[in-house]
Design a protein around this ligand. Structure first.
Ligand code: SAH
Ligand code: SF4
Ligand code: F3S
Length: 455
């Protein structure tokens, strides 16, 4: 199916540009999928608008990783009904992980009858077709069955909105079935893109002028397993490190069970690959790691951290950490705090465990809400203290920063990340966006660092 301008003109919308607004929830994977949806909609002749009330098509790209993500999406979808009242021709579409859950599409159609299109996250390539159908027959609501084993579509158009950084999917799905996690149920099994397709897209992005590319996968360290490759991620990084140009590479997410020395050696020896590893630990207790089905122990995790720091002393290591997983007692939580003190992450996303329907952990004995609340407060306080200490230690050092944007507060300031992933604000202008600078850090009281360009 070609989403051409001719297509769109044939629908008679040639005197008024139809407008779309995409609202995205969830992870980087979803942000990138919204860019694909935008590519498809632009091929149909739509252009982007800022406000939902100006849109002819509103697309919600949903997430269901935790209950609050799902509730937020549902609340906003419900609220979109008012726009439909004043503009009956408005098309409302919902896609993403939430609609991919079993029975969710039907439930959505019942709860939100004003929604025109419900698409699973694995069916994004059908978006154009669905929009065409709804435009032809406004009485029709299109419900697409979530497909769990989709083919990889290499030709989906992408309209990138991520500034100097480009997202690049290297694989889809997840095989790990951590007992708390809904992702394997909604995204299906691991499917890796062919190495040549990834490197071709990478080269195209660099030719187009992107200065940073982030490789995406739920567990990038298992890239290529489904293609029969041995240590496929190491092979992929090796190929990428051969590409010439002034750019840098990030990747996420690494799973501790599959991160190995060869991968770390390639990162350490490749100047373009950032010394920055997001290595979610989830818990510092062996008992909980086992119940989570994570396939590593606390000691193994700590030995990985030692190995990384041995090869890259300045490597930024970040994590995802969860509290109040079923059966987590005071000692288990103390083990998590102790691990956080030992590792000293330069950043961490912290979560309260949220039961997800159909996952094994949802059926385990749950931790009371008040206990969960107290634990997350304590964990956040410990992690914030560590980040402050690390920031203070960076004062006086010079780091290489890619200028990504003008700073949210303050005239004449710009911001961007250092190689190890820390956000740095420094004096500069809009014209500096997309350029690399050596920045000397002169203040760092919290998570944000401030500095000045040094030659
Ligand atoms: N594939 C990645 C990230 C998955 S989702 C990985 O394995 O690390 C991002 C984070 O959300 C997870 O690392 C985990 O910390 C958190 N998460 C996933 N399911 C959750 C749940 N049911 N409740 C709370 N946090 C959850
Ligand atoms: Fe979820 Fe675990 Fe897969 Fe990450 S590795 S997406 S946490 S099941
Ligand atoms: Fe991402 Fe949320 Fe789906 S975190 S993979 S959008 S459930």
């Amino acid at each position: 199916m070609a989403y051409s301008v001719e297509n769109y003109l044939s629908y008679g919308y040639n005197c008024y540009m139809q407008k779309y607004k995409i609202i995205t929830y969830g992870c980087q994977m979803n942000l990138h999928e919204s860019e694909k949806a935008a590519g498809i909609l632009r091929g149909l002749g739509y252009e982007e608008c800022e406000r939902e009330e100006d849109a002819d098509l509103i697309l919600f790209n949903t997430c269901c990783i935790r209950d609050n993500a799902e509730r937020r999406a549902k609340g906003n979808i419900g609220a979109a009904k008012v726009f439909k009242r004043s503009k009956p021709q408005l098309i409302i579409a919902v896609m993403g992980c939430m609609t991919q859950q079993s029975g969710a599409g039907e439930e959505m159609a019942k709860k939100f009858p004003f929604v025109d299109i419900v698409l699973g996250a694995n069916n994004i390539d059908k978006l154009g077709e669905c929009v065409q159908k709804v435009r032809e027959d406004r009485e029709k609501s299109v419900l697409i069955d979530p497909c769990m084993t989709p083919e990889i579509h290499e030709d989906t158009p992408v309209y990138r909105t991520s500034g100097t950084n480009a997202w690049l999917n290297i694989m889809y799905g997840c095989n790990n079935f951590c007992t708390y996690c809904i992702v394997p149920y909604v995204r299906g099994r691991e499917r890796s893109r062919k190495l040549c397709n990834v490197t071709d897209e990478f080269k195209r992005l660099i030719d187009e002028g992107y200065k940073e590319v982030t490789l995406l996968g739920q567990n990038v360290n298992s890239y290529g397993n489904d293609l029969g490759m041995k240590n496929g991620f190491a092979r992929l990084l090796e190929q990428i490190s051969l590409i010439k140009g002034d750019f840098r590479v990030r990747f996420m997410t690494s799973h501790p069970k599959d991160l190995n020395e060869e991968i770390v050696d390639i990162i350490a020896s490749s100047p373009n690959i950032c010394n920055n590893i997001h290595l979610p630990v989830q818990s510092g207790s062996d008992k909980i790691l086992k119940l989570m089905n994570r396939h590593y122990t606390r000691d193994h995790y700590l030995s990985l951290i030692d190995m990384i720091r041995d090869k890259m002393p300045d490597c930024g290591i970040t994590s995802d950490i969860m509290v109040a997983f079923p059966q987590e007692d005071d000692q288990d939580f103390a083990d998590t705090l102790d691990l956080v003190e030992k590792v000293r992450y330069s950043g961490a996303f912290t979560f309260v465990y949220s039961p997800r329907k159909g996952t094994p952990a949802a059926a385990m004995p749950q931790v009371p809400k008040e206990v969960a609340k107290a634990r997350i407060v304590e964990l956040v306080a410990v992690q914030n203290r560590i980040v402050k200490q690390i920031s203070a230690q960076m004062v006086g050092k010079t780091v290489r920063v890619l200028c990504e944007d003008v700073a949210p507060k303050g005239e004449g300031l710009v911001c961007g990340r250092s190689e190890c992933g820390r956000m740095v604000t420094f004096p500069g202008a809009k014209t500096d966006i997309g350029k690399f600078f050596n920045v000397r850090i002169n203040s760092g009281k919290s998570a944000s660092l401030f500095g000045e360009v040094s030659e």
